[in-house]
Design a protein around this ligand. Structure first.
Ligand code: FE2
Length: 265
């Protein structure tokens, strides 16, 4: 099984640029989509882990929908802090896995690896939240199939990064969620976005990992050293390969059209 991940798309309304009028996030998403459409072997599905749009408007979701129509793989959406839960739900009403009301949580059951999507959106906040209700929902889902390989995907990281500005806006309630996750030994990964960088850390008996954005990256400013901000970088995607007997093998790929050359042995 091959799971593709795109995150932090930050799509603006058609014709508008993001990042202070500097970045065409739609063009970057299109580059990532073309890369995934051509990827061999063909991914089973794509997880889009939040910050799908930039300002939360219906016009941005309309543009996102138009851009995603180019993707020839099944795509599953969850919200980030930039998203708007009801505008997302309305724009993608035909995405049958999305609940008709409440949090945009769901499970994907028909694959070798079970996938659990979590909605950490906390309206008006940059950080995310796993409140008691959301954590109870996760616990109930995990209890249903405690032996099946499972991946949790969500926007906000449960882990620290050392990037002070991002650690201030990670997932509140991570300790509460961690107390649940720690009770299960079948969780292969907790996948997230939000950081616009690659990170991975051991967390509550599993691995918590972020994939970089299709939008520009966050500067690697550890412990407040260097500017806290963004810088232009190529779009990125994640590829998570499930192998029986091995587990989940995670890759990050830079999306470019650079020519590949064979090694000369
Ligand atoms: Fe983001």
């Amino acid at each position: 099984m091959l799971i593709a991940q795109i995150t932090d798309l930050h799509i603006r309304a058609k014709g508008a640029l993001a990042y202070s009028g500097r970045i065409d996030t739609g063009a970057r998403l299109t580059q990532a989509i073309d890369y995934l459409n051509a990827f061999e072997p063909r991914p089973d599905l794509v997880l889009a882990t939040g910050d799908l749009i930039d300002l939360g408007t219906a016009a941005e979701y309309a543009h996102l929908r138009e851009l995603l129509s180019r993707l020839t793989l099944p795509c599953y959406l969850i919200p980030g802090n930039h998203d708007h839960r009801e505008h997302l739900r309305a724009a993608f009403a035909d995405h049958a896995y999305l609940p008709r009301q409440g949090f945009l949580h769901y499970t994907i059951e028909d694959r070798p690896v079970r996938l659990i999507g979590l909605d950490t959106h906390d309206p008006g906040k940059v950080g995310g939240l796993m409140c008691e209700a959301r954590t109870a929902w996760l616990d109930a889902r995990l209890a249903e199939q405690p032996k099946r390989p499972t991946v949790i995907f969500m926007h906000h990281p449960v882990h620290e990064t050392g990037i002070v500005g991002m650690d201030r806006v990670r997932c509140e309630g991570a300790e509460r969620m961690g107390a649940v996750v720690r009770r299960y030994d079948n969780i292969e990964r907790v996948l997230c976005g939000h950081l616009h960088r690659t990170t991975q850390v051991r967390w509550c008996g599993t691995i918590s990992a972020s994939v970089p954005a299709t939008a520009p990256e966050v500067v690697l400013a550890i412990d407040g050293m260097g500017p806290f901000g963004w810088r232009d970088s190529p779009p990125h995607i994640g590829i998570h390969l499930w192998r029986d007997g091995v587990g989940l093998i995670s890759h990050v790929a830079t999306v470019t059209d650079a020519t590949p050359y064979p090694f000369a042995y």
